[in-house]
Ligand binder design. Structure first.
Ligand SMILES: NC(=O)c1ccc[n+]([C@@H]2O[C@H](COP(=O)([O-])OP(=O)(O)OC[C@H]3O[C@@H](n4cnc5c(N)ncnc54)[C@H](OP(=O)(O)O)[C@@H]3O)[C@@H](O)[C@H]2O)c1
Length: 287
């Protein structure tokens, strides 16, 4: 199977290239050749150029496009919601349309931030309710993708692991800060179902192999507050959990936990817990 993986220089895309390259034909899409040296093959494409996206898809003719590229920085999205919409929504629709026109399957990486976090344990078929510019742009991306490619997969996720830059993940934040003996804030009222990044990729591969489509929640089986995630990291890496200060996010409590019923039915197994994911991450070592 030939995969075209966008955002191959970023956290998820780089991990996807690393995981899939040994067992599939993989082409990483990047803006700048050389920004993803872990790719055996690259194609260039910029989300802001519809022509370059169509060109990359036409050149590679992938069986499946795994669309990881995005403006994933929440603050940058708040600062420029128009750019967030162009990158996360418009370009996703354009790329999905290009994939459809050459018969490629399409997986759009989405996020738990399409929900408001008022209640938690959102199911795949619940209406979205984003409260941030990032969440709104990703929710609009879901719609644009389905309009352009009705049999696409929408994979809503939240993940941790090791990134090429070393600073993209909450796991990296806690291991770095606690190893240096620095005090860190840990949010007690912000809960997510974050999954180890390699398990995200394995799950997406299962969904693609099963030729499924529609919305899948690709998450851990347990919801954990960020402060408690830090304590799990401290326990696994023999670090001082006493350095974590409990703090609250401004505004209402946030519970962005997702149910992953569809994935559970597909695999017939429970998703890993966050503690299990942290243990796997420790076995793997850095990116
Ligand atoms: N991180 C999380 O916990 C999380 C949670 C839920 C969902 N997600 C979603 O997961 C996906 C991957 O996120 P990530 O954390 O891996 O993000 P990331 O590390 O910030 O990587 C973003 C990628 O997008 C590329 N990109 C940005 N602007 C581009 C443009 N104009 N043209 C082409 N490529 C462009 C970047 O390339 P350059 O290197 O050239 O900038 C980079 O490869 C995103 O869809 C995000 O919304 C992330």
């Amino acid at each position: 199977m030939r995969w075209l993986i966008t955002g191959a220089s970023g956290f998820l895309g780089a991990n996807a290239v690393r995981a899939l390259q040994p067992r599939a034909e993989v082409v990483g899409m990047v803006r700048d050749a050389g920004s993803a040296p872990w790719c055996e093959r690259t194609a260039t494409g910029d989300l802001l150029s519809a022509e370059s996206l169509a060109g990359a898809v036409d050149e590679v003719r992938p069986d499946v496009v795994l669309h990881c590229a995005a403006l994933a920085d929440h603050r940058a999205c708040e600062q420029d919601p128009d750019l967030a919409h162009r990158l996360n929504a418009d370009a996703s629709g354009t790329l999905a349309g290009a994939a459809a026109s050459v018969g490629s399957r399409f997986v759009y990486i989405s996020t738990d931030a399409v929900f408001d976090g008022a209640r938690g344990w959102y199911a795949e078929d619940e209406p979205v309710s984003p409260t941030s510019a990032y969440g709104r742009s990703k929710a609009a991306g879901e719609k644009a993708v389905i309009a352009a490619h009705p049999s696409a997969v929408i994979a809503r996720t939240n993940f941790f692991g090791w990134s090429p830059s070393g600073d993209r993940s909450i796991l990296e934040f806690f291991t770095r800060e606690l190893s240096s003996g620095r005090r860190v804030p840990g949010y007690v009222n912000y809960v997510v179902t974050s999954l180890f990044v390699e398990d995200v990729i394995d799950s997406i591969e299962r969904i693609v192999e099963a030729e499924e489509h529609g919305v899948f929640h690709v998450v851990a089986r347990d919801g954990v507050a960020k402060a408690d995630f830090g304590r799990l990291v401290a326990a696994e890496f023999d670090l001082d959990a006493g350095l974590i200060d409990d703090v609250r996010v401004d505004g209402p409590d946030r519970d962005l936990s997702l149910r992953s019923d569809r994935l559970g039915h597909l695999t017939g197994t429970a998703m890993p817990s966050q503690a299990e994911g942290i243990a796997r991450a420790r076995e793997r070592g850095n990116f």
